[in-house]
Design a protein around this ligand. Structure first.
Ligand code: SMG
Ligand code: MG
Length: 369
């Protein structure tokens, strides 16, 4: 298809409650949406870069700049573009996987809509609903944490993920395990907050029968994760470290990733995410779909990805209402009986609520081909 115009739109959405992790607190999201207009119709992608370069080096202002000044001109210069071409054309630019993923998603959305199909059918996932997990932030007090967790248990979530950091780990996990009982799935995410010398401390989590510990050590520390995996019983799951198919293959071979969290934004797009899924199935590594506090645009596509058979663990695909009072799509994701339905809406799986989208738009810049 021929690219005709790029719109980079920024929206602002308040979170229902502040979300605190080991790298900071967020209470309002500043989100970049990528809108491409082509000769076969238009498509939208959500960029999952955060306002600050904390979770990863990308951040939303940089994403907007690299898309406008580098990626869009390169794609336009390459001639007709299909979804699978995007990553190849942008390969010579290092880094910026979230920005690459966002424009690939917009092109894929346009292509799927033009073909009158959607991502669920394109990927061929057999399930039409997937188990839903919820990610729970760090709180000032244990009482607040337990009240929040109880609310999510009442909502019916299939598993709980607790954010941890030094000083907020063993006790919160112990109390939450007592609260939810021995059967419910429980896992933790450190977002790189520990170091190689913390193995003895992290081994204390073994008694709580966790599904996994996610990204305890820094992004680059593959060897440290391999050593930790050998030293503790709780399976090590990598998030931040897995930025491509190659890093996934290497981490698996080195014994650093017993489980992998797949986030399309972190690995440069839904097509690469699918390849990592296929690799993990081949290697016998369980995968689950991560979340980046997406709106209904990103969450719909994540659900379609998570419908693939290798996604054997519940993903961070919680209800839209977990983070937002109102979503920018017409059929926001809900959780019923611990599951979310894979959307059957067109394209990447959503229909925009254009009025509300306009209401929350803070800026829009258009760039011709
Ligand atoms: O989208 O439900 C969600 C949040 C899931 O915890 C979540 N994401 O490291 O896995 C992770 C974090 C990254 C975003 S926190 C700002
Ligand atoms: Mg994580």
């Amino acid at each position: 298809m021929r690219l005709e115009q790029l719109e980079l739109r920024r929206i602002a959405l308040d979170l229902v409650t502040p979300f605190r992790t080991s790298f900071g607190t967020e209470s309002r999201r500043d989100i970049l949406l990528v809108h491409v207009i082509t000769d076969v119709g238009d498509g939208w992608g959500e960029c999952v870069a955060m306002a600050e370069p904390a979770y990863s080096a990308e951040f939303v202002d940089a994403a907007q700049l690299v898309l406008r000044a580098h990626f869009w001109p390169a794609l336009c210069a390459s001639g007709a573009v299909e979804p699978a071409d995007v990553a190849r054309v942008l390969e010579r630019y290092s880094g910026h996987p979230m920005s690459k993923a966002a424009i690939e998603a917009a092109v894929l959305d346009a292509r799927l809509r033009a073909d009158d199909t959607n991502l669920h059918r394109f990927f061929g996932g057999e399930r039409d609903r997937v188990p839903s997990g919820v990610s729970v932030g760090i709180f000032d007090t244990l009482d607040e944490l337990l009240a929040q967790v109880q609310g999510y248990v009442d909502d019916g979530y299939a598993r709980i993920k607790l954010k941890i950091e030094p000083g907020w780990d063993i006790e919160p996990v112990r109390l939450v395990r007592e609260l939810i009982g021995p059967e419910m799935g429980l896992q933790v995410d450190a977002n790189t907050a520990y170091g190689r010398s913390d193995a003895d401390h992290l081994r204390r989590l073994d008694e709580f029968d966790l599904l996994l510990i996610e990204q305890p050590l820094p992004e680059e520390d593959i060897l440290g994760h391999a050593r930790l995996a050998a030293a503790i019983d709780t399976p090590i799951c990598l998030d931040e470290s897995i930025v491509s198919l190659q890093t996934a293959a290497d981490a698996i071979e080195l014994g650093a990733a017993e489980i992998i969290n797949i986030k399309p934004g972190r690995v440069g797009g839904y097509l690469e995410a699918r390849r990592i899924h296929d690799l993990c199935v081949d290697r016998g590594i369980p995968v689950w779909c991560g979340g980046m506090v997406e709106t209904g645009i990103g969450r719909a596509a994540n659900a379609a990805l998570a419908a693939l058979n290798g996604f054997t663990l519940p993903g961070d695909i919680s209800a839209a209402s977990r983070f937002y009072r109102r979503d920018i799509v017409q059929h926001p994701i809900t959780v019923d009986d611990g599951h979310v339905r894979v959307p059957d809406d067109p394209g990447m799986g959503f229909v925009l609520d254009l009025d509300f989208l306009d209401e929350v738009t803070t800026s829009s810049a258009t760039h011709p081909a």
